[in-house]
Design a protein around this ligand. Structure first.
Ligand SMILES: Cc1ncc(COP(=O)(O)O)c(C=O)c1O
Length: 410
C-alpha cells in the first residue's frame, strides 16, 4: 500500500490555517505538544484548559528576539492578567529574560510568590486607591506606572514612591481588526492614562512634588495585526515626543496588544515589521524599552476542551451546545473574539456540510461561542477550542454556578 501522509483527510491533504509543528491532526486525531488529545480525553475533567508550556517559551523567545532587533535594551514583561495558572507563572519566572506586568496588589503578590524578582516586575494599574498603594509600596524596587494625575496626588500624600512612570493615552486605538471592544484608546475618551492636554500639568505636579517621572507607558488596545502598525507607529511617536517634558526618563513601556490570527482570514502579525517600527521610532533612544504582551505569549498555547451536550435545530439554526459557557471563557461573548472550534477526532463520514451555531450552557442569550461555523459533531463528542490560552481561566466567573474549568499542563 502507498505510504499516505499522516493528515490525508477524505482524499485531500488537510491543511488547517492554525496548524503548526506541535499542533495538528495525525491520523485524524488532534495532537498538541506531542500528545494525542483524542486518546486522552477520558482522563480530563471537562471542560478543561490544556496549556502547552513549550509553546509559551517559544513565543517568549521569538518576541524577545525581534524586540531586541528593535532596540538593543529591549525587555519583555508578561501581562499576567492573560493567564495566571501558577505552574505557568513559575515556569516563566525561571526564564530570567522575561519579567512580568501586574495590575493589582494581589497580582503583584502572586508574581512574587511565583518567583519574579522585583527588578523584573512592572505594575500598571487603574483606579488605584490608597489601600492599593499601601499594598504596592511594600514592594520597593518594582516599576510602577501611574494612570492618572489623581494617582500622582496619592503618591505624594502617602509618600508611597519617590519615582514613578506615567501611563499616557495616545488617543489613537490599535486592536484586533478595528474591533472597538478591544480598543483602549481612540476618538472616544477612555479611562486609561493621561492625555496630551494634561501632560504638562502632570509634569509640573510631579516636579513640584519631588516625584521623579522615570518612565512613560502606553497600551492602546489588544490583538493588533499588521493592519494596525501605522497607528501603532503614530503612538510610539507620541510617546517619544512626550519624553521632552520629563528630564528623568529611564524607560519607555510600549504596552502589549500584539495579536495572533483568530480566523483563517486574519493575516498574521509580522514581528519583523513590528520590530522595524520600534527600531525606526525608538531605536536611537538611550532608554530601556519594555513591551508587556499577554495574548501573544499565551493565547495560542491554550486549548479549551468541552463536550457537546446537545445538537438541535431551533428556528432554522442548528445549535451545538457545549458544557462550558462565557463563565469559562468570556472572550467570544464579551469581546467578539472568536476561538477556533475543531473536533478532537475527525470522522471520514462527516465532512462538515452545514453551518452551526456553537452555544454555551449559561442562561444568557449572548452565551455564544461561534456563529455560522462549519462543523459537524454529535452529542457526546469533544470539541477543542483553539487559541483559548489568554483571558479565559483568568476572567472566569461564577455565573449560574456552572463551575470552573480545570487547568492542566500538557
Ligand atoms: C496595561 C496593559 N498592559 C498589557 C496588557 C496585555 O494586553 P495583550 O494581552 O493584548 O497583549 C493589557 C491588557 O489589558 C493592559 O491593560
Amino acid at each position: 500500500m502507498m505510504n499516505l501522509p499522516e493528515n490525508l483527510y477524505m482524499g485531500r491533504i488537510a491543511s488547517y490555517w492554525w496548524q503548526r509543528d506541535n499542533l495538528q491532526y495525525k491520523k485524524k486525531e488532534l495532537h498538541c505538544s506531542g500528545k494525542n488529545l483524542s486518546e486522552r480525553v477520558d482522563l480530563f475533567d471537562l471542560p478543561c484548559y490544556l496549556y502547552d508550556f513549550d509553546r509559551v517559551k517559544e513565543n517568549i523567545s521569538r518576541i524577545t528576539r525581534f524586540g531586541q532587533m528593535g532596540h538593543t535594551s529591549f525587555y519583555l514583561l508578561y501581562a499576567m492578567k492573560a493567564n495566571r495558572f501558577n505552574p505557568l507563572l513559575k515556569t516563566i519566572a525561571l526564564d530570567t529574560s522575561c519579567g512580568i506586568d501586574a495590575c493589582s496588589p494581589s497580582e503583584l503578590e502572586l508574581a512574587v510568590v511565583c518567583g519574579f524578582t522585583r527588578d523584573r516586575i512592572s505594575v500598571t494599574s487603574t483606579g488605584v486607591s490608597h489601600k492599593d498603594f499601601e499594598g504596592y509600596s511594600q514592594f520597593n524596587g518594582i516599576m510602577f506606572n501611574c494612570d492618572s494625575i489623581s494617582a500622582l496626588k496619592k503618591i505624594k500624600a502617602g509618600r508611597y514612591f519617590s519615582n514613578t512612570g506615567l501611563r499616557l493615552n495616545p488617543a489613537r486605538g490599535v486592536g484586533y481588526n478595528d474591533n472597538p471592544l478591544v480598543h483602549y484608546s481612540g476618538s472616544k475618551a477612555t479611562k486609561f492614562g493621561i492625555y496630551k492636554d494634561r501632560l504638562e500639568e502632570a509634569a509640573d505636579y510631579a516636579k513640584k512634588s519631588d516625584i521623579a517621572i522615570t518612565g512613560l507607558h502606553m497600551h492602546a488596545g489588544s490583538g493588533f495585526l499588521n493592519t494596525s502598525l501605522d497607528a501603532y507607529r503614530e503612538n510610539l511617536r507620541f510617546l517619544r515626543s512626550a519624553c521632552s517634558l520629563f528630564p528623568n526618563i529611564e524607560y519607555l513601556n510600549i504596552g502589549g496588544g500584539l495579536g495572533i490570527p483568530l480566523t483563517k482570514t486574519d493575516e498574521k502579525l509580522d514581528l519583523e515589521m513590528w520590530s522595524r517600527v520600534v527600531s525606526e521610532e525608538l531605536g536611537d533612544l538611550p532608554f530601556r524599552i519594555y513591551a508587556e504582551p499577554g495574548d501573544h505569549i499565551v493565547k495560542d498555547a491554550g486549548i479549551l476542551l468541552a463536550q457537546v451536550v446537545e445538537v438541535e435545530e431551533k428556528g432554522g439554526t442548528t445549535f451545538v451546545t457545549v458544557n462550558a459557557g462565557f463563565n469559562v471563557h468570556p472572550e467570544p461573548a464579551f469581546y467578539k473574539l472568536p476561538l477556533e472550534p475543531v473536533p478532537v477526532r475527525l470522522d471520514d463520514e462527516k465532512l462538515p456540510q452545514k453551518k452551526v451555531t456553537i452555544a454555551g450552557n449559561i442562561n444568557e442569550a449572548l452565551d455564544i461561542f461561534n456563529e455560522d461555523q462549519q462543523l459537524e459533531v454529535k452529542e457526546g463528542e469533544i470539541i477543542a477550542f483553539l487559541n483559548a490560552g489568554a483571558y479565559g481561566a483568568s476572567m472566569a466567573s461564577a455565573h449560574c454556578l456552572r463551575g470552573k474549568a480545570s487547568e492542566l499542563q500538557l
